[in-house]
Every structure is written in structure tokens, then in C-alpha cells.
Ligand binder design. Structure first.
Ligand code: KG4
Ligand code: ZN
Length: 342
């Protein structure tokens, strides 16, 4: 990609249960970021309640934008474009951020850039805090593993914004499997962090959970694993003894990490990738990070913890690369709740 123009982007993200806003300069330098989480509200329902999420975004979106501007020491007139998550996500939630972004773009006569949430996760690895030393940029060809609550896929990136899909999950996403298994084990929502915490004091070798054998080397499947955990839980309950939650969590987590790590490494070798990138909420998982960080065959980019789960900094980063290439959206765009990455 040629030298990109300099620009400041304000981004809004409301695809699920986080209301977020951020300002980024030149796609990488993070000036301000605010995330208002609704986690405590949805925990009561054991998962995200879509209508409650939309209405909470309505309440939070203006204060979150205002707070971000204050934090950045900038005003709307200092922005070059407004980026917003267009999808995938919950329709009613996306609409709130989209309308806010359209209002700002219209009111300030700024271009609007609709961003794919998954592309945002990938671009988390380009971000650093303004004023800190500049980390090396991910290098192409790049093998990108995307692991979130709704998606698990491997893409080969040969350049900015260019994705060759190699494989994806045939059933549950990795994050979804964590959330479902957490429920089976009686752990609180959100499941990923709860399973990780339980797993820390568990034995990952106690239960030999199955690793799916699939036709394509780059596809994933986690529903068989989830069912295996369910059978084990049911069998255990029949004995009347207390459930070995920690060992079950550790053995389940080990099986997920094993599949994600091995397939990504194999794909990186097969496609002569220079580097590996891991993104999405599940990239916050310590065992997964550890697996990638303890090998030396490939340099691996994993975002800082605060950028793994949903945030607007990643939307601003991806929005910058779109904007710099002239990918500006019309003001009458709709949200895209099922928008694929490529
Ligand atoms: O990317 P994300 O914040 O939202 C989506 O775009 O889906 O990902 C959320 C998913 C949830 O399924 C959550 O349980 C999982 O990421 N997650 C984790 C961890 N932190 C979040 N899974 C495993 N270990 C974690 N530490
Ligand atoms: Zn996400």
C-alpha cells in the first residue's frame, strides 16, 4: 500500500453489549477510547438480551462520545471522518451507533465510513497508545485467526483489507463454546473469562475431550466438544459427588486452544505466511496467548487485553485504512447484521 494520508478518525461501536467510542490518528495512534459495558445488566439474563442492549445504547451513546472527546482534548471539528460498525451484530444495537454516526457526519459535514466489526478486530493489532513507542506493523502475508463470540475463522491477508477465507467453524464459534460450557459448569456470564479463571486451578489432562477430525484442515468444530462436556457433567451428577469444575474447565479450554493453535500454525506454514495475527474476544484467553507466545516459528500479533474484546479503537483503526483508500459510505447505508468479512 502507498503512503497513506494523515487523518483523525472518530469511531462508534455498538454491535453487541458495549457502547464504545474512540479517536485514532493515522490508523494506529490511539488518542482516546471509552467503553461502557452492559455486562452487569445482561448477567441477570445469562446472556445478551437484544432489546435491553439497544435501549442501553440509546442511553449511553451520547455520554460515551462526549467523554471520548474530552479525553482526546479535541473537538468534532478536528476529525477527518466518522467511522461506525455497520455489522455483523445485533440489528437493534447496530442501528443506535449507525444513527449517531450519521448525525455526527451530517452535522459536521464529515465523511461516514461503515466498518466491518471483524475487520475491526483484526486491526486491533495496528494500534498503540499515542506517545508510546511505535510497535512494528504486522507484515503480509499474514495468517489471521479471528476468534470471537460469533465467529471463528482463518483468513490469509496478502495486503491491507484483503482477506482470503481458508476455513471457519462448522457449528459453534470458540467464544460461544466457552459461553455454553460455562453455563453447563454453573459459571457466571460472560463465560470465557469465568472458564479461564476456573481452569487456572484445574488439571487440563484429567478429561480427554475429543478434537474434531474434519475434512478441511482449516475448519473448526466445537459442538462435539461441548456435548462431550455435557455427557461428563451428567455422568458426574449421577454419582452425587460435587462437580470437578476446575478440571472440566481446564480440560475443555486445553481442547479449544489445541485446535485453534495447531490449525493456525499449519495454515501459516502451508500458505507461507510471514507472521500470525490472533484477534477477537477469545484472544484475551491466557492459555491461547501462551500457546502462541511460547513458539518461535512465527512472530505473532495479539492485541493488548483492553483491545481484545469489543471496543471502538479497532473500528477507528480499520476505518482509517478504509477511508485512506477512499472507501467512504453514503449517508443512507443500512446496518448489516450478518455481514461477512469477505
Ligand atoms: O469479540 P467479542 O468481545 O464479541 C464478539 O464480537 O463476539 O468476543 C466475545 C467472546 C465471548 O464469547 C467471551 O466469552 C469470549 O469472547 N471471551 C473469552 C475471554 N474473554 C472473552 N473467551 C475465553 N477466554 C477469555 N479470557
Ligand atoms: Zn467483537
Amino acid at each position: 500500500m502507498n503512503e497513506l494520508r494523515s487523518a483523525r478518525i472518530l469511531a462508534i461501536e455498538t454491535s453487541c453489549d458495549e457502547t464504545a467510542c474512540a479517536v485514532i490518528e493515522n490508523g494506529r495512534s490511539l488518542l482516546a477510547s471509552t467503553v461502557a459495558s452492559q455486562m452487569d445488566i445482561h448477567a441477570r439474563y445469562g446472556g445478551v438480551f437484544p432489546e435491553v442492549a439497544s435501549r442501553q445504547h440509546v442511553l449511553s451513546v451520547i455520554p460515551v462520545v462526549e467523554q471520548t472527546l474530552v479525553q482526546s482534548n479535541l473537538a468534532l471539528k478536528d476529525m477527518d471522518a466518522i467511522a461506525v460498525t455497520r455489522g455483523p451484530g445485533l440489528a437493534g444495537s447496530l442501528v443506535v451507533g449507525m444513527n449517531m454516526a450519521k448525525g455526527l457526519a451530517l452535522g459536521m459535514s464529515l465523511p461516514l465510513v461503515g466498518v466491518n466489526h471483524l475487520e475491526g478486530h483484526i486491526y486491533s493489532s495496528w494500534i498503540y497508545n499515542a506517545g508510546e513507542s511505535v510497535p512494528p506493523e504486522p507484515q503480509f502475508p499474514l495468517m489471521a485467526l479471528l476468534v470471537s463470540g460469533g465467529h471463528t475463522e482463518l483468513n490469509l491477508m496478502t495486503d491491507h483489507l484483503t482477506y482470503e477465507p481458508l476455513g471457519s467453524t462448522l457449528d459453534d464459534a470458540a467464544g460461544e463454546a466457552f459461553d455454553k460450557v460455562a453455563r453447563l459448569l454453573g459459571l457466571a456470564y460472560p463465560g470465557g473469562p469465568a472458564v479461564q479463571r476456573a481452569a487456572e486451578s484445574g488439571d487440563p489432562n484429567r478429561f480427554k475431550f475429543p478434537r474434531a477430525r474434519l475434512e478441511s484442515a482449516y475448519d473448526f468444530s466445537f459442538s462435539g466438544l461441548k456435548t462431550a462436556v455435557l455427557y461428563e457433567v451428567n455422568a458426574w451428577k449421577k454419582t452425587g459427588k460435587s462437580l470437578p469444575v476446575e478440571d472440566l474447565a481446564a480440560s475443555f479450554q486445553a481442547a479449544v486452544v489445541d485446535a485453534l493453535f495447531k490449525k493456525t500454525m499449519q495454515a501459516a506454514r502451508d500458505f507461507n505466511a510471514k507472521e500470525i495475527l490472533v484477534a477477537g474476544g477469545v484472544s484475551a484467553n491466557r492459555a491461547l496467548r501462551q500457546a502462541f507466545q511460547s513458539q518461535s516459528e512465527f512472530k505473532v500479533h495479539i492485541p493488548a487485553f483492553s483491545l481484545c474484546t469489543d471496543n471502538a479503537a479497532m473500528i477507528a483503526a480499520a476505518g482509517y485504512y478504509r477511508y485512506a483508500l477512499g472507501h467512504v459510505s453514503a449517508l443512507d447505508i443500512d446496518v448489516e447484521p450478518t455481514w461477512p468479512l469477505s
